[in-house]
Design a protein around this ligand. Structure first.
Ligand SMILES: [Zn+2]
Length: 263
């Protein structure tokens, strides 16, 4: 029997936190990336802790969830706490070649939500969340080979994050341009200028709308990645090819299933 390993299901190169950062920064990162656990590393990328949303909640006298909109005084309180003050030190870790059933037992026995995955030097290479372990269990119960093309999806995720950054920047620029054009006080006799401004705005709008649609598609893909479902067909549990995901990041069906869904 093939031993399923942590490396088959972990998230590669997860975002990590800095022990000296303010807790509010870590909170913002977790909200933005849709994650519940932030591995904390030293300058040499060695894992020294894990900060969870639960840790943050325990450190302050108010409710903290990923959905919480903190008011400014709450943000100030979180700003006054360092990541190292709230995190769990020396967390239980796994290696990429750790058997997945052993990792699942570590999660359950220690009642923890994630295992930072480290190499032989203790440097962070991945993270295995409860959700990853459940996705693996689900696939195994369905008797499906580990479907998560880990490395492949990892590269795709890098691309999607990079594209997301470019889109956010570009959309912000367009919005700034639009605002600037709209804010220009129309002066008498400036009708030609005004018409040119409106023309420029009309040209920007479809571009901006398309970019925002793409951004939403990428966010859906990143959400699915967080749940360990990116690249896995919802219907047949087969692999969705990377080329398809790049073109249609939000796709939840493989080509064959998508075709039969339409037919
Ligand atoms: Zn399919």
């Amino acid at each position: 029997m093939v031993v399923v390993q942590v490396r088959d299901w972990m998230t590669y190169k997860p975002i990590a936190g800095d022990e000296d950062a303010a807790a509010v920064e870590a909170f913002d990162t977790m909200v933005e990336r849709g994650i519940r656990h932030l591995p904390v590393v030293d300058p040499g990328n060695h894992v020294i802790g894990v900060l969870s949303i639960d840790d943050l909640r325990a450190a302050v006298p108010f409710e903290v969830t990923r959905e919480t909109r903190l008011d400014s005084s709450e943000r100030d309180q979180l700003r006054g706490i360092r990541v190292s003050d709230a995190m769990t030190w020396a967390p239980v870790t796994a290696h990429p070649e750790t058997a997945l059933d052993h990792a699942a037992r570590l999660l359950a026995d220690n009642r923890i939500g994630c295992l930072p995955v480290v190499d032989t030097r203790g440097q962070l290479v991945g993270i295995l969340s409860e959700t990853d372990a459940l996705s693996a269990l689900d696939a195994i119960l369905r008797n499906v080979a580990p479907a998560k093309p880990a490395d492949d999806v990892d590269n795709l995720l890098d691309e999607l994050w990079a594209e997301r950054g470019r889109l956010v920047e570009q959309i912000a620029k367009w919005q700034q341009t639009e605002r600037a054009l709209l804010d220009e006080a129309p002066e008498p006799g400036d009708l030609a200028d005004r018409a040119a401004d409106l023309g420029a705005i009309a040209a920007i709008e479809p571009l901006s709308a398309r970019a925002q649609r793409r951004l939403r598609a990428i966010d859906l893909a990143l959400e699915r990645a967080e749940q360990g479902r990116l690249g896995i067909c919802e219907r047949c549990q087969g692999r969705i090819p990377r080329t398809r995901l790049r073109a249609i990041p939000e796709s939840t069906l493989c080509v064959r299933c998508a075709r039969t869904a339409v037919a």
